[in-house]
Structure formats: structure tokens, C-alpha cells
Design a binder for this molecule. Structure first.
Ligand code: 13P
Length: 364
């Protein structure tokens, strides 16, 4: 958490206090003691707005394949493959080289390994995406660790060195970024955990924009627990209000971000299930109360819902016009069928790609 004096300087300066403009910041009270809150656009602003708009184009969503090597290993283990770099390369190649994928997918979130990797034929994965008119994105957070002083909750690491890493990712071809932090309802959530999650997301978003990457803002409210849908709504409203408070305080350009919220559902262990219509009603109510229309796109995570549930719930949310593009940024809800169809066998490579295309099309 930054010191109070740095936050005051940030909010009071008439300059965009970014990495490249840090030395240009003005004395906070040098204008007849008038404090200005106007935000000066950073050097990437136009490009950020354009990138966010392109990712939020109608009929398309995001394919999330940014699993850490350990999580990718779990996916591979489910079909009996070892967690080796060649196996991860082959699986991700299968996904990214799917013919026609760009019709339904506008962006792909990659893990660092994939951003720097080539296919087995020697073509950079980033170029595969570019040729398919899919924006390459990059997971930039460094994962969750216990949050001392909280009720067994966690916080997300990765701000140290983020500016220089982001600049490198941009050079490598990435145009958007992802930072996932989590909030647990059964653990509270405590005020400390919510504030830390929101502040971390806002700092990350400002640093990403300063380096040309559109930040996906993802405070995942975990499904775990036996709480009601009303309790999820209450927590989601609290979390998103803090997130937007700190995004504004960090001078983040709202037109150049994308959100990745959890849908508002009852806890996974709650006695009653909610219908897609109820989930859509609660989720849209929460978003309309908390998210300004300046934000171009809402790209939901699947969060452990089945593929069919994630598709039906998303469909229910698009039955009437929304102020933002409402789409998907699914990992498990796009990949489960692919793994089942592929089974790691060369003769099933095409079947795996067809399964991906079918899921992407269904969500589109
Ligand atoms: P799921 O759709 O599996 O919840 O993925 C979450 C995520 O953040 C992947 O980028």
C-alpha cells in the first residue's frame, strides 16, 4: 500500500504520474493554491482505447490459456500427459492454431512461457495469433500468498518490477494484461482483504496502461461456500465499489480497461441452485450499480461452472442491450471439452480443435 503522501501527490497533481512522466510532476500547490484533478492522457491512451474496443467486438470473447506451469500440469495430468515444456507447447499450439478461431475469439491470455514460445514448426505463437486477428495478452501477476492480519485470506503479488516487465511484454507483442486476485466470502471477506485486492488491481492497471497494455481487472469472488446469492451480491457490490474508487484515484483511463468479474451466483455449496435468468438479473443489477458505461467490455470468468452453465448464464445476460459489451474470458469452460477430445493423441489433434471452436461459437 502506498503512503498517504504519495496518494495525495497522485490525486493532486495535474500531471499523469506515469513511469515516463515521473520527472515532470509539478509542485502540488503551484497554481494559486488551486488543486487540479484533471487527468492527462499517457502516451498510449489512444492505442489502449482502440485495443480495448477491438477485444470487445460483438460476437467475440477471450480465450484464457494463462495457467501457470503447475496448473497447466494439472490439466495435462487429467489426460495422462507429463507436465513437460514440449507437452505444454503442443497443447497450446493445438488451441491457438485452431482454424477459424478469430471469428469468435478476439484475445488470448498467455502465460509468459507461451508469449516467448514458437510452435513446433518454428512460428512464434504471437504471430499465429496476429495472423488470426487475435490480440495477444499476458498474465502479469505473480500469484496469491497468505495475507497477514486477515482471516486466512490472500493477496496477489507482482507489482515489484511490473513496469519493466510490462514494457518487455509490449515489445514481445502483448497488447493487454491480466491480474487475478481473489476474494473469499466464507473467510469474511475482511475489509483489509477487499482493500488490498482493490488497491493492487488499481496499481497494476495504472502501470499496465503506462506501458501500453490494456489491463483486465479481475477480482475473482470465489464460488466456494454455502452463502446465498444475496450475500454474493452484497460482497460483489462492495468489492467493485472499492476497485473503481482506487482505479479513479490512480488516474486509470476507464475507456482503456476490461473487467473480468465472477457472475453473481449462490455459493457452490448453497442448498439451492439459481437459474440462468436469476444469475443474469443479479449480475447485471450489480454491474449497472457499480460499473461506469465508459468501460468498453465485461468479460466473465467461468470460475468452475460447467461449460454449459457458463454458456447459458452468459446468454441470459445478453437478452437485452447492456451499456458495455458483455462476453467471456473463459479458461476451464472452453478447455474442458478440448482435453477430453484430444487425450494427448496426434490422431485427435483436429478433434480437439473442433471442440474448442464449438465452445467458442456457443459462447459467441
Ligand atoms: P476460469 O474461466 O477457468 O475461471 O479462468 C479464470 C481465469 O482467470 C483464467 O484467466
Amino acid at each position: 500500500m502506498a503512503s498517504a503522501s504519495l496518494m495525495k501527490l497522485n490525486a493532486s497533481s495535474s500531471q499523469w504520474i506515469g513511469q515516463k512522466s515521473f520527472n515532470r510532476c509539478t509542485n502540488i500547490n503551484n497554481n494559486n493554491n488551486r488543486v487540479s484533478f484533471s487527468i492527462r492522457a499517457g502516451s498510449y491512451t489512444d492505442e489502449l482505447v482502440q485495443t480495448a474496443k477491438t477485444i470487445a467486438t460483438p460476437g467475440r470473447g477471450i480465450l484464457a490459456i494463462d495457467e501457470s506451469s503447475a496448473t497447466a500440469g494439472k490439466r495435462l495430468a487429467s489426460i495422462g500427459l507429463d507436465n513437460t515444456e514440449p507437452n505444454r507447447q503442443l497443447y497450446r499450439q493445438l488451441l491457438l492454431t485452431t482454424p477459424g478461431l478469430g471469428e469468435y475469439i478476439s484475445g488470448a491470455i498467455l502465460f509468459e512461457e507461451t508469449l516467448y514460445q514458437s510452435t513446433t514448426d518454428g512460428k512464434k505463437m504471437v504471430d499465429v495469433l496476429r495472423d488470426a486477428k487475435i490480440m495477444p495478452g499476458i498474465k502479469v501477476d505473480k500469484g496469491l500468498v497468505p495475507l497477514p492480519g486477515s482471516n486466512n485470506e490472500s493477496w496477489c503479488q507482482g507489482l515489484d518490477g511490473l513496469a519493466s516487465r510490462s514494457a518487455e511484454y509490449y515489445k514481445q507483442g502483448a497488447r493487454f494484461a491480466k491480474w487475478r486476485t481473489v476474494v473469499s466470502i466464507p473467510c469474511g471477506p475482511t475489509a483489509l482483504a477487499v482493500k488490498e485486492a482493490a488497491w493492487g488491481l488499481a496499481r497494476y492497471a495504472a502501470i499496465s496502461q503506462d506501458n501500453g497494455l490494456v489491463p483486465i481487472v479481475e477480482p475473482e469472488i470465489l464460488l466456494d461456500g454455502d452463502h446465498s446469492i444475496d450475500r454474493t451480491l452484497e460482497v460483489a457490490e462492495k468489492v467493485w465499489s472499492e476497485v473503481f474508487f482506487y482505479l479513479a484515484e490512480n488516474n486509470v483511463v476507464f475507456e482503456g480497461i476490461l473487467l473480468k468479474p465472477s457472475m453473481v451466483t449462490p455459493g457452490a455449496e448453497h442448498k439451492e441452485k439459481a437459474s440462468p435468468d436469476t444469475i443474469a438479473e443479479y449480475t447485471l443489477k450489480m454491474l449497472k450499480r457499480r460499473v461506469p458505461p465508459a468501460v468498453p467490455g465485461i468479460m466473465f470468468l467461468s470460475g468452475g461452472q460447467s461449460e454449459a452453465e457458463a454458456t447459458l448464464n452468459l446468454n441470459a445476460m445478453n437478452q437485452s442491450p447492456n451499456p458495455w459489451h458483455v462476453s467471456f474470458s473463459y479458461a476451464r469452460a472452453l478447455q474442458n471439452s478440448v482435453l477430453k477430445a484430444w487425450q494427448g493423441l496426434p490422431e485427435n489433434f483436429e478433434a480437439g480443435q473442433k471442440a474448442l471452436l464449438a465452445r467458442a461459437k456457443a459462447n459467441s
